[in-house]
Design a binder for this molecule. Structure first.
Ligand code: MN
Length: 288
């Protein structure tokens, strides 16, 4: 059975504090989360002048995962576990904060100095109660190591970041069943991919016009899909450019959510403890 859109919303670009350009399909006033997902941000695209690029300096996380996927530009991250690296176009960092980390996420030194374009995504994936206090873990996968799926007619391609598309499996390991695909759909593309029946699935179009479960979506629109075990994706035959979309899905946790800024736990008491632990330095600090 094909999944069809049960709700479509349009995300608009806005400037966050410090001039950070973001388009945020959720959370919004009308939609707190899409269990197990807590947030999706499209960062940019922003074209920074020399010395003007902005990011997120040292801050903590506990109780969930942040997934960063770069399309353009370079982001450098550093954390309290002594980890440091730079993400380039097509690279993914799947960070499990678990019991806690302090990290910074900033455009690379080169982009800070010379300016340039930054474009990417950050997805927040909730952890089940049993995994909230596990040790932090990083999975970093470079663009050329991310498996690619192709339709038989060659008009549809997917970078398979998590889960499976057209029989191609991701290399990233997730705590609960998750799919995360970046689809490129040439004009006239029409492809159907299987998804597990028990997961929440949405499609976010970030370039061009796409067909999702038979409905046309334009750039900035996200479609939340109803029940089924297949998703049909495509692009109008007369489209002027290929469409790009993220197809994201996950098995709902169905657990209480207590969130406060960078901490996502199950109860208010656990949030208070997270804040106290951070203030006491228990989440560590970045050695510089
Ligand atoms: Mn962060």
């Amino acid at each position: 059975m094909l999944r069809t859109p049960k709700k479509i919303i349009t995300a608009h670009r806005q400037s966050e504090g410090g001039g950070f350009i973001v388009r945020r399909p959720f959370p919004t006033n009308g939609l707190d989360m899409v269990d197990p997902f807590l947030l999706l941000d499209e960062m940019g695209p922003a074209d920074y002048a020399p010395g003007k690029a902005v990011g997120a300096p040292d801050h903590p996380h506990r109780g969930f995962e942040t997934v960063t996927y770069m399309l353009d530009g370079e982001f450098t991250h550093e954390d309290s576990a002594g980890h440091k690296g730079t993400l380039r176009p097509g690279d993914v960092q799947w960070m499990t904060a678990g019991a806690g980390v302090v990290h910074s996420e900033l455009p690379s030194e080169r982009i800070m100095k010379e300016g340039g374009r930054v474009h990417g995504f950050q997805l927040w994936v909730n952890l089940p109660a049993r995994d909230k206090m596990i040790a932090p873990r990083y999975q970093e996968v470079s663009a050329d190591s991310i498996p690619k799926a192709h339709s038989e007619d060659g008009k549809a391609h997917a970078a398979v970041i998590a889960g499976e598309a057209l029989g191609v499996s991701a290399v990233i390991d997730t705590h609960t069943p998750i799919i995360y695909h970046d689809w490129t759909l040439q004009p006239g593309a029409d492809v159907t991919t299987k998804v597990a029946g028990e997961i929440n699935v949405f499609a976010y179009v970030f370039e061009g016009e796409a067909l999702v479960g038979g409905e046309k979506l334009t750039e900035g629109q996200v479609a939340f899909l109803g029940e089924g075990d297949e998703v049909q994706l495509g692009a109008p035959a007369d489209a002027a450019q290929p469409a790009r979309l993220l197809l994201i899905g996950g098995k709902p946790l169905g657990e209480p959510v207590a969130r406060y800024g960078p901490f996502v736990m199950n109860t208010p008491e656990e949030i208070v403890k997270a804040i106290r632990d951070f203030q006491a330095g228990k989440l560590g600090e970045i050695a510089r």
